[in-house]
Design a protein around this ligand. Structure first.
Ligand code: HEM
Length: 126
């Protein structure tokens, strides 16, 4: 059997794009997340598309454009509380439902995002 990446298993570029498109409207509608994101969400969506592509084992699009992700450092200007991490993950879980990311691929992908989200926490809940 050919070794395939999670990126290929979930459906490649089209599926990552669809996931990002489903995720950010939820972020912008969430009372805890909305205040910390810019009103013009398009540039954030584009960066997340590039990042998730490489996070899933696809081409290293984010690094080619922006260098090492250093995501915890890039999030330090924003107050990421445990409650915001859970909110972010909840939006992502619903976005995965919406675009039909299911099964073992979803478990693996979501599990990795849980770890990443918890790593991003830089402040206690208010
Ligand atoms: C950027 C919030 C978790 C990936 C951002 C920004 C905010 C944010 C406010 C900056 C938007 C701007 O440019 O003004 C959060 C919150 C999280 C979270 C509340 C909850 C834990 C994650 C996770 C990942 C991620 C788990 C990836 C697995 C990114 C990327 C960017 C970004 C790639 C763009 C970085 C850049 O500027 O190049 N996030 N984030 N975030 N986030 Fe998150």
């Amino acid at each position: 059997e050919e070794a395939t990446t999670l990126y290929e298993k979930i459906g490649g570029a089209d599926r990552v794009r669809a996931l990002v498109e489903a995720f950010y409207p939820r972020v912008q509608a969430h009372p805890l997340l909305k205040p910390i994101f810019p009103e013009d969400i398009r540039p954030v969506m584009e960066k997340q598309y590039l990042f998730l592509t490489q996070f899933l084992g696809g081409p290293p699009l984010y690094t080619e454009k922006y260098g090492h992700p250093m995501l915890r450092a890039r999030h330090l200007p924003f107050p990421i509380t445990p409650a915001r991490a859970e909110a972010w993950l909840d939006c992502m879980s619903r976005a995965m439902d919406e675009v039909g990311i299911t099964g073992q691929e979803r478990e693996l992908f979501f599990g990795r995002l849980v770890i990443a989200a918890h790593h991003m926490v830089n402040q206690e809940d208010d």
